[in-house]
Design a protein around this ligand. Structure first.
Ligand SMILES: NC(=O)c1ccc[n+]([C@@H]2O[C@H](COP(=O)([O-])OP(=O)(O)OC[C@H]3O[C@@H](n4cnc5c(N)ncnc54)[C@H](OP(=O)(O)O)[C@@H]3O)[C@@H](O)[C@H]2O)c1
Length: 303
């Protein structure tokens, strides 16, 4: 497939993007590149001090960048709704929604909404956010939703009998399930958008592996090891953001596509179309997950 060249993407002046978790890591790199392309970017973050710092850093590189920090905690459904209300006070369009924010291998938690913590922050928060923004996306010609998944999705299935790990928590299994859910959601959303005749596209991407604050919950030894092997095996965070940017910006990208790095085991490399697990493509599981998610979040996509 043709290589992706971020430099060849024309100016997106007048276009608006939301990037969740934009204050650090892949979200920050994505917001920075979108600002370079003249997008106005909403930095959707849970910590406003960190968000303002990220805004200042982006402004230091692109002084004319149009950036707004808006608070959201994706693990709390109520703040997702408040975020959307705030968003509508300022904006009437939405060209791009990058559902990037995430946590990994956090200690067991049941959120105030009754959801397992990683499923809540990584998937269910973004499910609600997308649902509440869908009509605005649809009114904005050429709009896209990008879900961020992970290689870990391949080692998972959706535990329909115990979605919230009430019968024995495993940090990695919960992370992998949440990332599989993100991917299945992108596929199912795109199918639904097509069948309803909507123009908005849903795509997914994974970054391969890159050293970020995502490993904050790992042991000191693993963090130390990661710092040593990272330059040998993994991408810089700037490069790792390219699959997300390709899904967001490549004019030839189609709804339902999944982008990732093309190198050894997809750890790093140039952003290309990649395959996903059989479980992620299981249509009946996708629909079952969708129905459960609507039920849990009390949002409806196509009213
Ligand atoms: N790094 C990798 O190798 C890798 C591999 C595969 C997939 N991914 C995916 O890439 C995405 C970004 O990860 P990253 O590596 O850039 O991690 P990161 O550096 O830890 O950044 C994660 C971002 O998400 C935010 N966030 C976490 N929980 C949130 C919540 N409840 N509400 C709002 N924002 C929240 C964080 O905010 P705070 O700064 O306030 O914590 C931070 O801005 C994640 O979805 C992750 O699963 C990463």
């Amino acid at each position: 497939m043709e290589p992706f060249d971020l430099n060849s993407i024309p100016s997106k002046k007048g276009k608006l993007a939301i990037v969740t978790g934009a204050n650090t890591g892949l979200g920050y790199e994505t917001a920075l590149s979108l600002a370079k392309k003249d997008f106005e970017v909403v930095l959707a973050c849970r910590n406003m001090i960190k968000a303002e710092k990220a805004k200042t850093s982006i402004k230091a590189v692109y002084p004319d960048a149009r950036l707004k920090c808006l608070e959201i905690d994706l693990s709390k459904q109520s703040t997702v709704r408040t975020f959307v209300k705030q968003f509508f006070l300022h904006y009437k369009q939405l060209d791009l929604l990058v559902n990037n924010a995430g946590i990994m291998m956090t200690p067991y938690e049941i959120t105030e909404d009754g959801f397992e913590g990683q499923l809540a922050a990584n998937y269910l928060g973004h499910f609600t956010l997308t649902a509440l923004l869908l009509e605005t996306l649809e009114k904005t010609q050429g709009s896209r939703v990008v879900m961020v998944s992970s290689l870990s999705h391949r080692r998972s299935h959706i535990r329909f009998d115990d979605l919230h790990f009430k019968k024995g928590y495993k940090e990695f299994a919960a992370y992998a399930q949440s990332k599989l859910a993100c991917l299945m959601f992108a596929y199912q959303l795109d199918k639904k958008l097509r069948s309803k005749g909507y123009q908005t596209k849903a795509l997914a991407a994974h970054p391969g592996v890159t050293l970020t604050e995502l490993i904050d919950h790992f042991s000191l030894f693993v963090k130390f090891l990661a710092r040593i092997i990272s330059p040998l095996l993994f991408s810089s965070t700037e490069k790792a953001a390219l699959p997300l940017l390709r899904a967001a910006l490549d004019p030839k990208a189609k709804g339902g596509e999944y982008y990732g790095p093309n190198g050894f085991r997809e750890y790093q490399g140039a952003p290309e179309l990649v395959d996903s697990s059989a479980a992620s493509k299981d249509s009946s599981a996708q629909e079952k997950l969708w129905e459960i998610s609507e039920d849990l979040t009390q949002v409806q996509f196509f009213k």
